[in-house]
Write a protein that binds this ligand. Structure first.
Ligand SMILES: [Fe+2]
Length: 301
């Protein structure tokens, strides 16, 4: 899935860096790893691809109103789950980003498939043994994430996607359903149906988001808008040092921190002569390749 055209490009481990600690929650939460099922769905949007990434890397605050009616229609009139600003975070690593709560159920609830929620509740104790208490509580929460530059996913909802640029005003969105290989077939089936109902091209939430991506692109072409600066300072004073969470961490899910990290990395890349001279943001906490499961000092809640 990942490749580079640059002969002197970084290894995948080096490119992902400390973000591997977060990716384990999606890719390694159960024995056997993950697989993409049901084929790839392609759709074309009249929007700039960076709005899609920006939406998935840190934009928690759009959800309460953009998806309000969709959420209620999917879940017996229930509104979007509340956000706990004290126990939710933005984490950014070299432009990769994961915004998340720690309540463990928000995104699983939004999938609208109770059997899937029950399944993860059953395996959560094992997940805690495998990945540590904190990661077992992050997985399934209201969350969204992106791998720099253009891969995004929703842990718990199980859509996995690539935003392929087709010019400044258009992208092709390639989406898959990601599941654990060892899941029973009926749970994989429930997840597939849930993803199609929410984040397929005709899904309730995808249609909501698609309007934002294309309308943001259109509005930002305007003469007046192009002479103004956009405001990306939400949460700018809330950066913290966290004993457990790697990366540049901000408290509170309503935040622009990961978006700032994404565009900072974009700027770093545009200005760099070589990939290996780009600054590390932040300096990595993890070293070496491979195992990120049993690292000391990264488990306490
Ligand atoms: Fe959304």
């Amino acid at each position: 899935m990942f490749a580079t055209f640059a002969e002197d490009g970084p290894s995948l481990d080096a490119w992902l860096g400390d973000f591997r600690w977060y990716l384990d929650m999606l890719l390694d939460n159960e024995d056997g790893g993950t697989e993409l099922i049901g084929g790839c769905i392609k759709s074309v949007m009249n929007a700039n691809w960076k709005f899609g990434v920006e939406n998935f890397i840190g934009d928690a605050y759009h959800a309460g109103w953009t998806h309000d009616s969709g959420c209620r229609s999917m879940n017996n009139g229930e509104p979007f789950p509340p956000i706990d600003m004290e126990n939710s975070y933005h984490a950014s690593v070299n432009g990769h980003g994961w915004e998340f709560g720690t309540e463990g159920v928000g995104d699983l609830f939004l999938l609208g498939r109770p059997k899937v929620l029950e399944y993860y509740e059953r395996i959560r104790p094992k997940m805690a043994q495998r990945l540590g208490e904190m990661r077992s509580k992050i997985f399934g929460s209201v969350a969204s994430a992106s791998i720099f530059p253009n891969v995004s996913f929703l842990p718990g909802i199980s859509t996995f996607r690539q935003w392929q640029p087709k010019g400044p005003m258009e992208f092709e969105l390639k989406t898959w359903v990601i599941v654990n290989k060892t899941m029973p077939d009926d749970i994989k089936d429930e997840i597939t149906k849930g993803v199609m109902q929410t984040f397929g091209p005709g899904g309730t939430f995808e249609m909501d988001d698609g309007e934002n991506w294309s309308n943001c692109t259109t509005v930002n072409r305007g003469v007046i808008t192009r002479h103004e600066r956009l405001h990306y300072r939400c949460g700018i004073s809330r950066q913290i040092d966290h004993d457990t969470l790697p990366g540049i961490v901000y408290r509170g899910q309503y935040n622009d921190a990961n978006q700032r990290g994404f565009y900072q990395r974009w700027l770093d890349m545009m200005e760099a002569d070589k990939l290996d001279t780009m600054p590390q943001r932040p300096e990595p906490r993890l070293s070496g390749v491979g195992e990120t499961r049993n690292l000391p000092g990264l488990f306490a809640l």
